[in-house]
Every structure is written in C-alpha cells, then in structure tokens.
Design a protein around this ligand. Structure first.
Ligand SMILES: Nc1ncnc2c1ncn2[C@@H]1O[C@H](COP(=O)(O)OP(=O)(O)O)[C@@H](O)[C@H]1O
Ligand SMILES: [Mg+2]
Length: 256
C-alpha cells in the first residue's frame, strides 16, 4: 500500500507525519519504504539517515541507477532520499514514457517487497506531486490549525480529481490531519468548522485526533530518533500515537 502525505503549503507537518507513519508501520513489524520527493530532503534526516553523497530518488527517476541500488537502509525503515537537485524537470528525462507515471514505473520492482510505501512531498502541486498521487492508494493531508492555512485547498482538490480521471481512479483521501492544534490558543471552533467543510468538499474526514504543538516533535530529528523513541510521553507524540490508532482502524496495518 502506498500512502502520500501532501499539502501544497510548507511547514504544516508533512515530513513529521511521514516519519511518524513510517515509524508506526515499522514498529508494527511491517516492511516500510519512505520516499522523499521534497528537494529540501528533510525526511532522510528525520529518519536518521546520513545523506551525504548517496544515491537519490532523482537518480532512479532519471534511470541512472536501479531502485534496489538507490535505496538506503536505516534501522527498520528503508529510504529513497532526495536532495536539492531534485526538481520536476528530473522527470523530463524519459522520453516516450508517460511523465505522470514515471515514479509508478520505477517502483514496480519493489512494490511487492514492501508492506507500506510512504511518500513525502514538496510544498507544491507539481509533476512530482502528481507522480506521487498517481501511484498512491491514499493521501493524508496535514494542515496547520489556523484559518489562513485552511484557505486555498481548491487546487489540491482539482489535482486529485484530474489524477483520478487520467491515471489513478483508485486514489482516496484518508483524511485531513490538524496539526499544531492548541485548544487554549487557537480559534478552535472556527478551525474545526472550516476543516470539516474542506473535508466535505474533498469527500473525506477530519481525523478525530488533532496533533498539539510540542518541542519533542521538532527535537527528535536532531537526535536521529523517531518521535516515539525520543519522547514517548510528550503530549504531541501521544497525539501521533492516537493518530496511528486511527489509521490502524482504517487500513488495519497491525493485523496479520
Ligand atoms: N506538532 C508540532 N509541534 C511542534 N513542532 C512541530 C509540529 N509539527 C511540526 N513541527 C515542526 O515544524 C517544522 C515544519 O514541520 P514539517 O513536518 O517539516 O512540515 P512540512 O514538511 O509540511 O514542511 C519542523 O521543524 C517540525 O519539527
Ligand atoms: Mg517537509
């Protein structure tokens, strides 16, 4: 199963959520591959990968190296990292191939090997994002819990719809995840109402679990640990644990 974490806005928790999902799947004993499609390359760092000089997803997309050779292995989680050289133009190299399906095609040889593939995306809706949507079973959309962050998601809806029509009719949106949700400080009722409306437009749900702010979330990557290892008792980390329980109810990754 392929799950993409996406929102064209930056700083909303895409990378954090991707790493938390990967850690959760891995802790459940599943084989996990993470793919970083963001040229900022933060996901590798979040997963404790020493990125210097290794192969990246771009080398694979360009056809310069086989996917098996490009995958880096960290404890429990495999990763295809990215770096600053990644751009949508990296997908223009393969003439004769549908450019929206390049990622899907390069993933074919490893698809059956992994139980879960988690894709982190750039803060954009570009060809890289479309390639991720084209190969995904589910999207998860993290959002910052303020009104302005909730505005302007109509483009995402259009992108999802066009991908469904043209390439991947099975693409589902698992839900909207409200991040940095602080009952005491935010305009909670407004945010919840607006997120609910958005979810309605996207024909999905707002996850019951809201992720509170917590320094542990920001600190964990620098320690090379998942948030669950770094600070299991921090409230924001517990929130991510509950979020994983919700994901479990939807896709049943702890079964078998
Ligand atoms: N709930 C949270 N509490 C505290 N810091 C957070 C939280 N969620 C994300 N962050 C921090 O905010 C920054 C942006 O999050 P990130 O996951 O990288 O967003 P994106 O990938 O959407 O740009 C990171 O430094 C991250 O550690
Ligand atoms: Mg990111």
């Amino acid at each position: 199963m392929v799950i993409t974490v996406s929102n064209q806005k930056g700083g909303v928790g895409k990378t954090t959520t991707s790493a938390a999902l990967a850690a959760g799947f891995s802790m459940a004993g599943k084989k996990v591959l993470c793919i970083d499609l963001d040229p900022q390359g933060n996901l590798g760092f979040c997963l404790g990968l020493d990125t210097e000089g290794g192969s990246t997803i771009l080398d694979v997309l360009k056809g310069d190296i086989s996917i098996q050779k490009a995958i880096s292995r960290t404890e429990g989680i495999d990763i295809l990292p990215s770096d600053i050289t990644l751009s949508s133009s990296g997908l223009e190299y393969n003439p004769g191939e549908e450019k929206e399906s390049i990622l899907k095609n390069v993933l074919k040889p490893v698809m059956d090997f992994y139980d879960y593939i988690v894709i982190d995306t750039p803060p954009a809706l570009n060809l890289l994002t479309v390639n991720a949507y084209a190969v995904s079973d589910y999207l998860i959309i993290p959002m910052a819990s303020d009104i302005l962050s909730l505005v302007g998601l109509s483009q995402l809806k259009e992108t999802v719809e066009s991908v469904r029509i043209q390439i991947n009719p099975g693409l589902k949106i698992m839900g909207i995840l409200l991040n940095r949700f602080n009952p005491r400080t935010c305009l909670c009722r407004d945010v919840l109402e607006m997120a609910g409306q958005l979810a309605g437009q996207l024909e999905t749900r707002v996850f019951d679990t809201k992720i509170r702010s917590g320094v542990a979330i920001a600190e964990a990557p620098a320690h090379g640990e998942s948030i669950f290892e770094y600070s299991p008792r921090a409230s924001a980390v517990k929130d991510y644990g509950k979020f994983l329980d919700e994901v479990e109810k939807i896709i049943g990754f702890r079964e078998k």
